[in-house]
Write a protein that binds this ligand. Structure first.
Ligand code: GDP
Length: 319
């Protein structure tokens, strides 16, 4: 069993803060493993966080997220910025490395010491990635990244979960697949701060763009008076990527310090809640007596009590 003492937290944290890629990778692995040293790591990182702008990238599989991430990394690097990429698969219970692969298309940036790329799966965490992704973001933030791209990988991902973790959420749509109407149905328009119609080299891209612009024009502006722009791009050639970068910049300006704080409060609330629920689960498991939850469940099955009363007793026993 791993213990907090297995890890030399102060030296790892100071190396990560200097931007040492191995230290950054190790810290993110600790997050993935829910390692006991995380408590100390997060306490040490806390004062160094809050600088990176977190850009969420989401959309249906095949829409061009990883190609776009790649193009965005190049664009931010051209501005001299340090970039982190966190590819998460909220749906996968499997170990990260194998399933998500090493993101071969990112390899053109792999040797760049100013680019940190990590993929992460939930590894069967209770609460999925709801606390793990924000903590991996903290690591990348503390490592001095100006921008962190948070990309969802895999099928059935929850756009909403990713949107909750980002400062700016970009939703990618491609003509002919998840087109405008489907996007609206899936509720992704609500989470999009920026809509990008990728694969604009396709014939039906103009129609998809028009439909989305029409839908956006009918929607209410958000609290900051922001109206979701619809950007057209071709991620494979890089066409339109500058427009996407500009739209993200403009959203950040529109958010302002207050809007940004509100987003981050929401992210931290999700994180704190997930950790607290996990702590509660651990306390339920540690209640005296053999499998307290099982015993209560048996009473419910036998009709000796009802689930509400059983839950009340469980909560009362937690004190
Ligand atoms: P993801 O599953 O959302 O990450 O999508 P990928 O980035 O892996 O892209 C899926 C496929 O679409 C790949 O074969 C890409 O080369 C291709 N693709 C991505 N962007 C474009 C584009 O702008 N135009 C065209 N024609 N193909 C693209």
């Amino acid at each position: 069993m791993a213990t907090a003492r297995d890890v030399d937290v102060p030296s790892l944290v100071s190396a990560a803060r200097e931007g040492n890629p191995r230290a950054v990778a190790r810290l993110i692995s600790l997050v993935e493993d829910a390692h006991p040293a995380l408590r100390e790591v997060m306490a040490a990182l806390a004062p160094a966080t809050g600088r990176a702008h977190v850009v969420g990238l989401t959309g249906a599989p095949g829409v061009g997220k990883s190609t776009t991430t790649n193009a965005l990394v190049a664009a931010y690097r051209a501005r001299g910025q340090r970039v982190g990429v966190l590819a998460v698969d909220p749906s996968s219970p499997f170990s990260g490395g194998a399933l998500l692969g090493d993101r071969i298309r990112m390899s053109e940036h792999a040797a760049d010491p100013e680019v940190f790329i990590r993929s992460m799966a939930s590894r069967g965490h209770l609460g999925g990635l709801s606390w793990a992704a924000p903590q991996a973001l903290r690591v990348l933030d503390a490592a001095g990244c100006d921008v962190v791209l948070l990309e969802t990988v895999g099928v059935g991902q929850s756009e909403v979960e990713v949107a909750r973790a980002a400062d700016t959420t970009v939703v990618l749509v491609a003509p002919g697949m998840g087109d405008g109407i489907q996007a609206a149905k899936a509720g992704i328009l609500e989470v999009a701060d920026v809509l990008a119609v990728n694969k604009a080299d396709r014939a039906d891209a103009a129609r998809t763009t028009r439909d989305l612009r029409h839908m956006v024009a009918m929607a209410e502006r958000d609290e900051q008076g922001w109206r979701t722009p619809v950007v057209r791009m071709v991620a494979t050639s890089g066409e339109g990527v500058t427009d996407l970068v500009e739209a993200v910049d403009e959203h950040r300006v529109a958010l302002g310090p207050e809007g940004l704080r509100a987003r981050r409060r929401r992210r931290a609330a999700g994180e704190v809640e997930a950790l607290a629920l996990e702590a509660l689960r651990a306390r339920v498991a540690a209640l005296p007596g053999e499998h307290r939850l099982d015993a209560l469940a048996a009473e419910v099955v036998d009709g000796r009590t009802d689930p509400w009363a059983a839950a009340d007793r469980l909560v009362a026993e937690l004190g």
